[in-house]
Design a protein around this ligand. Structure first.
Ligand SMILES: [Fe+2]
Length: 166
């Protein structure tokens, strides 16, 4: 049984539109929204563990419902490096998509729903999209010594139209 996985957490990160302004394709919509407000798109609650390979990072993420232009809110998405290790994503509440893409742009997407388990293999970047009208909550688990390469999602963009959420 899964209880409240957000507690006790050591770190709370709120990702706002300004943090993701280069990730959405509709730059006009980004500008227009940012001229009025800077909405929180998703929040991460992370346990704090030593950044060593024998430890595991596990974090609960909540993606709020919403759109920027025609794209639904999503996480930045990232590769791992040093080492480029796998990650497990477990759906807790709500529905969405897990997008996986390697550096050769081989792309796949998987439905995320409560109790669904998605495996992101070594070498795959992962992004989660909330394509619903309710919040999406999931748990992610990976080695604690990986580095996060977020800029790769800008350099090697995920295909924005492949899953019907545009
Ligand atoms: Fe990851």
């Amino acid at each position: 049984m899964i209880t409240d996985l957000r507690k006790p957490y050591g770190k709370h990160i709120a990702r706002r539109l300004s943090d993701l302004k280069d990730y959405f394709t509709d730059r006009k919509a980004v500008k227009q929204i940012l001229s009025k407000s800077d909405p929180v798109l998703y929040e991460v609650y992370e346990y704090e563990v030593p950044k060593k390979g024998e430890h595991l990072i596990f974090a609960t993420t909540i993606i709020h419902p919403g759109k920027i232009g025609k794209e639904r809110y999503f996480t930045k998405g990232h590769f791992h490096y040093n080492p480029d290790a796998a990650e497990v994503i477990v759906g807790i509440e709500g529905t969405g998509l897990v997008l996986l893409q390697d550096r050769n742009k081989r792309f796949e997407s998987h439905q995320l729903k409560p109790r669904a388990i998605i495996y992101s293999r070594p070498g795959q970047a992962h992004r989660v999209v909330n394509n619903s009208r309710k919040k999406l909550v999931f748990l992610s688990i990976c080695r604690a010594d990986i580095g996060h390469d977020y800029s790769a999602a800008v350099r090697i963009p995920f295909p924005p139209r492949r899953d019907g959420f545009r």
